[in-house]
Write a protein that binds this ligand. Structure first.
Ligand SMILES: C[S@@+](CC[C@H](N)C(=O)[O-])C[C@H]1O[C@@H](n2cnc3c(N)ncnc32)[C@H](O)[C@@H]1O
Length: 365
């Protein structure tokens, strides 16, 4: 099964998210620990394939003004939004291309390639095209992160989805309603857990995830084999560097993997300490600044009620009253003035510990 129709990507918006497993700073540190001479991300060329609205890529561009960030997606609507946000946040180092991967011809190789949430959502020929493209488009010290859903853990999820689909067909209800009905008759604790996990994702994510028209889960071994057939070498998990295996995935019911690859002809020397990557995210301060201020990208996220990426690219979601307080953080108001403002617009908010938390997540410039 495959997405044949590009409009499918326009008809249901994929929620904008940033992804810690595709944090290039972390991936570079993993590559260096494996002995690869990975480039400093702050001055690198970064490509995201299937970037959607560019939330992840724009967060990287915001962190590293000296990096050249390129986002590629076939969805006109997603690319329009990405371009508009890049412009409004003043992120001139982020460029977006509306094209299929098969049509994309970059003028230079990339130090880092990200394909998050792509492999499992595209037809087999595009999966092959992805690995082929990466094999041809990395610099000698370059790395690529490819995430995918793992067959071992998806089998039991798909059994739940099949039951929910039967309810959807019979009762003309949507996926969330069908899951809620299914929850009342769940046969086992495990089934209940899976239903609750799906419900927690919400309708927008479910439409492109568990209930996507294409959800093609593979084994780690099969993905690595495909990568190796296209001139790539497997490093390991994109965050830990650990090399998993299919047997343990079956034992633990793994559902998702994010793996790091480099060119098969890359020279691997001695392991280099992760601290050689100067551009690793800084440790955010816990002290409250005198005049709290969001940078332009996070201010735009707050204004548009998008998740704010923290220092580790974890998406932080806020309530509307909290967003009103964040939007007031343009650097013109003192922490004291903000606390008075918070009393008006977010009376439930315990302002000082909340602001300390916001500062501690690295959200304030
Ligand atoms: C599931 S979404 C993932 C979005 C984002 N990378 C994330 O993980 O949050 C997959 C994205 O891939 C894009 N896409 C699918 N097939 C494509 C192709 N052949 N070339 C370029 N983009 C494609 C879709 O438009 C969509 O934005």
């Amino acid at each position: 099964m495959a997405f044949k129709d590009d409009d499918a990507w326009n008809s249901a918006d994929y929620p904008p998210m940033s992804h810690p497993s595709a944090d290039v700073a972390v991936n570079a540190a993993v590559a260096r620990a494996a002995g690869l001479d990975a480039r400093e991300p702050a001055a690198s060329r970064i490509l995201e394939i299937g970037c959607g609205e560019g939330h992840h890529l724009l967060s990287l561009a915001n962190r590293w003004p000296g990096a050249q960030c390129v986002g590629l997606d076939v969805s006109a609507k997603a690319i329009h939004r990405a371009r508009s946000r890049a412009k409004r946040a003043g992120l001139g180092n982020a460029r977006f291309c509306e094209a299929r991967l098969s049509e994309f011809e970059p003028d230079a190789p990339f130090d880092f390639i990200i394909a998050h949430g792509f492999f499992s959502w595209v037809p087999d020929e595009v999966k092959v095209g992805l690995m082929d493209f990466i094999g041809r488009s990395l610099t000698p010290g370059g790395t690529a992160v490819v995430s995918f859903n793992v067959a071992a853990g998806w089998k039991e999820r798909m059994a739940v989805v099949e039951k929910a689909r039967a309810i959807m067909a019979a009762g003309e209800v949507d996926a969330m309603e069908a899951l809620a009905i299914l929850r009342t008759v769940a046969g086992t604790e495990r089934e209940l857990y899976l239903i609750d996990d799906m419900l927690a994702k919400g309708a927008a994510v479910l439409a492109h995830d568990d209930f996507a028209p294409v959800m093609d889960a593979w084994s780690l071994g099969a993905v690595v084999k495909l990568a190796e057939a296209h001139g790539l070498r497997w490093i390991g998990d994109s965050v830990s560097g650990v090399r998993g295996d299919d047997t343990s995935d079956i034992g633990s019911g793994t559902t998702f993997r994010s793996e790091l690859f480099c060119r098969s002809d890359a020279v691997l020397g001695d392991a280099k300490k992760p601290d050689r990557v100067a551009a690793l995210p800084r440790v955010p301060p816990t002290a409250i600044p005198d005049f709290p201020k969001l940078d332009a990208w996070r201010m735009l996220c707050a204004r548009e009620a998008l998740p704010l990426p923290d220092e580790d690219l974890k998406p932080c979601v806020f309530t509307f009253p909290q967003l009103k307080v964040l939007i007031a953080m343009d650097g013109s108001r003192s922490a004291y003035e903000l606390s008075r403002h918070a009393k008006e617009v977010a009376p439930e908010l315990d302002f000082v510990p909340w602001l300390r938390h916001v500062a501690g997540r690295g959200l304030l410039g």
